[in-house]
Ligand binder design. Structure first.
Ligand SMILES: [Zn+2]
Length: 361
């Protein structure tokens, strides 16, 4: 029971997944199945050929929702998180040197980068950060049946910006046990994005405050790396059927060793604590971002996980890359953004005009 409690507490992605099932039932399950089929086809035998070329940049908007002053995190704390995302996803993180030799060849530069948007949904210039005062002490995932409070202005949070053009990243007080949560692709557009506890966002400000209920375990910004991994369709490394304790479940990635359950703390390599019969002689890959290891102990994605991300950016989340809301000090990109026709994933591997998108009403 303690393990299940721990798993539920740290990352809420499974809870949100279940909410989407409860809310949209067969449609959501069908969308997820079709999405998984698409991803597995994409990452299959010709994965190398099918990997997207070049560097892909995802536009980000950070919504800060605050009650206490410490929750109104500084721009510097936000910038620190964007920088961490860029380092981790490009394998430029300084602790990548700790990757065991045996896995150096499968450690991935995903070629995905993140940039704060410079154009808001109205076509006006922005710094990619919104700030909203609230009366809510702690934002929970499952107190409301449909839209989570943090994602709704009417409920005391902040409405998302067009989720097909922006990665929406909410930062707020998620309490003293939940680090963050993400929505997988092909879910409700109204609730799409990532929420992070401000105590674990970036590596400065409240993330390193002595008041942090998480101490120093999660103060290197790896929560957002993990949650954006989910947002780009990576599962937990032990395989998700969220409440199962089993080696029969997989993360559908070939180059991560099979793993029983989540790791915790900072294991020493090689670690066999969560091994299965077929895990192999090197133990589990507890240093993978999609495990539950403390921030200081996780420092890699694999090529197989990167392939899933590329599939996602080629399919259900392709619209993010067709979204010129990022400024490169270039007036042309601003002009183009004004004339962008929105496209969205239709749940069956196609990008269609937004007017034709699936209605979740
Ligand atoms: Zn997770």
């Amino acid at each position: 029971m303690s393990k299940i409690q721990r798993r539920r507490d740290l990352c809420g992605t499974g809870i949100l997944h279940q909410k989407n099932i409860n809310k949209n039932g067969e449609r959501y399950k069908k969308n997820r199945q079709e999405d998984e089929t698409y991803v597995l086809n994409y990452t299959g035998s010709s994965a190398r050929k099918m990997m997207r070329a070049g560097v892909m940049t995802i536009p980000v908007v950070v919504h800060v929702v605050h009650k206490q002053p410490i929750e109104n995190i500084s721009d510097a704390q936000i910038y620190s998180q964007i920088e961490i995302l860029n380092k981790d996803f490009r394998k430029l993180n300084s602790d990548a040197i700790n990757i065991p030799d045996i896995w150096k060849s499968v450690a991935a530069d995903t070629r995905i980068e993140f940039k704060l948007a410079c154009i808001d949904p109205n076509g006006d210039k922005t710094n990619g950060i919104t700030r909203t005062a609230t009366n809510i002490d702690e934002f929970l995932i499952d107190t409301t049946p449909n839209v989570e409070e943090i994602k709704s202005t009417a409920l005391g949070g902040k409405d998302p910006w067009d989720t097909i053009r922006y990665l929406n990243l909410w930062v707020c007080n998620l309490g003293t046990s939940l680090l963050g949560y993400a929505q997988f692709p092909a879910g409700d557009p109204q609730t799409d994005g990532v929420a992070c506890n401000h105590w674990v966002f970036g590596n400065t400000g409240s993330a390193v405050s002595p008041q942090s209920p998480f101490g120093t375990r999660f103060n290197l910004g790896r929560t957002a790396t993990h949650e954006v991994g989910h947002y780009l369709d990576c599962y937990h490394i032990w395989g998700d059927e969220w409440m199962e304790d089993s080696c029969s479940l997989d993360d559908n990635v070939a180059d991560t060793p099979n793993q029983k359950l989540d790791s915790s703390g900072v294991p020493t390599f090689p670690s066999f604590e969560q091994s299965c019969d077929d895990t192999g002689p090197n133990g589990t890959m507890f240093m993978n971002y999609m495990d539950y290891t403390d921030d200081v102990g996780m420092y890699m994605f694999t090529v197989g996980q990167a392939a899933r991300m590329h599939a996602t950016l080629n399919g259900p989340r392709a619209s993010l890359l067709q979204s010129p809301v990022i400024c490169y000090n270039d007036e042309k990109s601003i002009t183009e953004a004004m004339h962008l026709s929105s496209k969205v994933y239709d749940g069956v591997n196609k990008i269609v005009p937004v007017e034709e998108k699936i209605s979740y009403v």
